[in-house]
Design a protein around this ligand. Structure first.
Ligand code: NAP
Ligand code: MG
Length: 500
């Protein structure tokens, strides 16, 4: 690793990190946890503690539910849709003003390159709030005319669900906060959001902006804590009516079971092992960078990561050689170095998980063309790794690695594309997929046949607040973003009025 040149910290980040453990945001105030317990948030680039954070547990969730209910039935219920939209827009403007601080904090806590946080994570989060600000005034029911003959007026209303719980992962802390909060707030719910234990900081910074924007106290509560304690308290709470979760498929299954206590509505965005298919007629000037970004962006810690790269035999050697030479040149370094392409993985735990997969790959007979070994460094660095000599049955071709590791799998059925589709679909997951071809018929045919919630044609990881996102199969259910997310956070009431 080259000597790092770190950006000077934004004074607002320094101020934020000063003054003892960071507090939970409950009922519009920053408060200590009931137990007084704290945990450390660690900089994954050097394994040093950034700051301590108060640790929420069941009692804190109870307090947050009290505050959220008070808001939901009180001040928040009186806020007009137009005002809700204005508050969301105001929050987006404040985030714009604080963009650099948010980007640096995200990089510090998660490890991701600050340049990416600045150009992708934070702007997408801001855009997300602006998009849902627009929806706040456009939530409506319908008039059902077919009952008119009976002298009945029948109409529906789309009402908020109430107090909702949201649990997010560590890979895109601010963006996932925005995905969760945007639609929930536009539709008038009150929220308790739990961040991941590895990355509590940027959402607490966001909480300060939420306070400044002027949302009524208790509408948004943001707590830091652990899954089995604070997370489980949300999932099992009898007065929380819905839980939205993003994270591993394993925890998603647990949440579904635990949420059954009060029949909470559940939506899940889970893992993936997404196929990315390169046909021989692809435009390689786009396909190669697209496939590289598809797997290595955010150190591969992306639920949609294109981690199974299917490449047609005719072009396999060239594609692998080209990708290998680019991957080998990517610069590993701390996220706060402007020139970093690949930062550290988020935590020691993730580092050892991913390192375990590198080991397993070689053990099962695969060959890394680049990377293949974690770095010896106090931080959690794993170089971009491309495996060849992989069979579909190997562990590294089946399990979600969630690191900068791709398996390159040849296929050879250009005339009959069914076989590559069968292989691409032969996974328990179904979050996303990519197709690279200049043949428009093939592109659509393959896009329709792939079992995935998102298919990218001649692009990868494209996202927009207006486009629904979610999984097929064990990648979850429910759609975030676009108008689809409004369904997650509203319920339909039918009103019958007898006119006789
Ligand atoms: P995870 O355990 O699923 O964590 C996601 C969120 O769920 C965190 O806020 C976590 O809290 C919380 N949680 C954990 N157990 C819970 C429980 N019993 N009840 C309620 N909430 C609970 O993911 P992870 O352990 O950080 O990562 C493990 C693997 O999951 C990764 O290697 C990757 O394969 C996958 N993953 C996928 C995504 C995705 O976007 N699809 C995101 C992250 C991870 P804690 O922070 O305390 O664990
Ligand atoms: Mg976990």
């Amino acid at each position: 690793m080259v000597e790092a040149q770190l950006v000077g910290l934004d004074p607002r980040v320094e101020a934020f990190l000063q003054g003892g453990p960071k507090k939970l945001f409950i009922g519009g105030d920053f408060v200590e946890s009931v137990s007084g317990k704290t945990f450390d948030s660690v900089n994954p680039a050097n394994a040093e503690v950034i700051t301590a954070v108060y640790e929420a547990d069941k009692e804190d969730v109870d307090r947050a539910v009290e505050a959220a209910e008070r808001a939901f039935y009180g001040d928040w219920a009186k806020v007009t849709p137009s005002e809700r939209g204005r508050l969301l827009w105001k929050l987006a403007d404040l985030m714009d003003d604080h963009l650099e601080a948010l980007a640096q904090l995200e990089s510090l806590d998660n490890g991701k390159p600050v340049a990416h946080a600045r150009a992708v994570d934070i702007p997408l989060a801001i855009d997300h709030f602006r998009y849902y600000a627009g929806w706040a005034t456009k939530i409506s029911g319908e008039l059902i005319d077919s009952s008119a003959g009976r002298s009945m007026l029948t109409y529906t209303r789309r009402e908020p669900v109430g107090v909702v719980g949201q649990i997010i992962p560590w890979n895109f802390p601010i963006l996932m906060s925005a995905w969760k909060l945007g639609a929930a707030l536009a539709t008038g719910n009150a929220v308790i959001l739990k961040t991941a234990e590895q990355t509590p900081l940027s959402a607490l910074y966001l909480a300060g902006l939420i306070q400044q924007a002027g949302f009524p106290d208790g509408v948004v509560n943001i707590i830091s804590g652990f899954g089995p304690t604070a997370g489980a308290a949300i999932v099992t709470h009898p007065r929380i009516r819905k839980v939205a979760f993003t994270g591993s498929t394993e925890v998603g299954k647990l949440i579904m079971q635990q949420a059954s206590g009060n029949l909470k509505r559940v939506s899940l965005e889970l893992g993936g092992k997404s196929p990315n298919i390169i046909f021989p007629d692809a435009d390689f000037s786009k396909a190669i960078p697209g496939a590289l970004m598809g797997i290595f962006f955010n150190q591969g810690q992306v639920c949609t990561a294109g981690s199974r790269l299917f490449v047609h035999k005719k072009v396999y050697d060239n594609v692998v050689a080209d990708m290998t030479s680019h991957a080998a040149k990517m610069k590993l370094g701390p996220g706060l170095d402007e020139s970093t392409d690949i930062g550290p993985l988020v935590s020691a735990e993730q580092f050892s998980r991913v390192s375990g997969y590198l080991h397993k790959g070689v053990e099962e007979g695969a060959t890394p063309t680049t990377g293949g070994r974690p770095l010896e460094h106090p931080g959690y660095f794993v170089p971009p790794t491309i495996f060849t000599d992989v069979s579909d049955q190997m562990t590294i071709a089946r399990e979600e690695i969630f690191g900068p590791v791709v398996v390159a799998l040849p296929f050879d059925d250009e005339a009959q594309i069914a076989d590559v589709i069968r292989r691409a679909n032969n996974t328990e997951y179904g979050l996303a997929a990519g197709v690279w071809t200049t043949d428009v018929r093939k592109a659509h045919k393959v896009a329709h046949a792939l079992e995935a919630g998102t298919v990218w044609v001649n692009c990868y990881n494209a996202l927009d607040a207006s486009v629904p996102f979610g999984g097929y199969k064990q990648s979850g259910f429910g759609r975030e973003m676009g108008s689809a997310a409004l369904e997650l956070y509203t319920q339909v009431k039918a009103v019958w009025v007898n006119l006789d």
